[in-house]
Design a protein around this ligand. Structure first.
Ligand code: SF4
Ligand code: SF4
Length: 161
């Protein structure tokens, strides 16, 4: 009995002096694994054009039927994407999404990617339906060459294991 008690105490003391790994969220953000799949992004080319050509392969691949899009024809005067068409309407319902990444894998243009953002809390259902404007990266952040490491890159947080 006493032996078990001392063994238990030994375990306690073995861990009590180890560095703390508690993350003081939300002041401190945890650094995610490079393959973490969070909130979706729609990439652009470096010149600002949208990568998405409205082919709907992502919607077809989605097992949760979380993606809804409507394509429209590009015009020579105002081409939105390099393809014949672009996504005029693009929505993802995050309440349906299971973050499997199939949409990312199915996309022939590397347009839709799952980024590192994990703060997706909300209080109303409508807040979880993301529109194209919510996902499109800003033109100045566009990727001329798609780089999945860059997409998932997070700034290092000091003091984290
Ligand atoms: S991550 Fe999976 S479930 Fe979510 S939208 Fe993409 S394919 Fe659908
Ligand atoms: S995100 Fe990719 S797969 Fe989906 S419609 Fe656009 S180009 Fe096609």
């Amino acid at each position: 009995m006493l032996l078990e008690f001392l063994k238990g105490l030994a375990v306690t003391f073995r861990h009590i002096f180890k560095p703390h790994i508690t993350v003081l969220y939300p002041e401190q953000k945890r650094v995610d694994a490079p393959i973490f799949r969070g909130k979706h992004k729609l990439n652009r080319y470096a010149d600002g054009q949208e990568r998405c050509v409205g082919c709907a392969l992502c919607a077809s691949a989605c097992p949760s039927e979380a993606i809804y899009l409507e394509a429209a024809e590009n015009t020579p005067e105002h081409p939105v994407s390099p393809g014949e068409r672009y996504a005029e309407l693009y929505q993802i319902n995050l309440l349906r999404c299971i973050f499997c990444g199939y949409c990312e894998e199915a996309c022939p243009e590397n347009a839709i990617v799952l980024g590192p953002e994990y703060e997706l809390a909300g209080t109303r259902r409508e807040e979880f339906v993301m529109n194209k404007e919510d996902m499109l990266v800003k033109p100045e952040e566009g990727f001329g060459e798609y780089d999945v490491e860059a997409v998932h890159e997070l700034p290092a947080t000091e003091g984290l294991p």
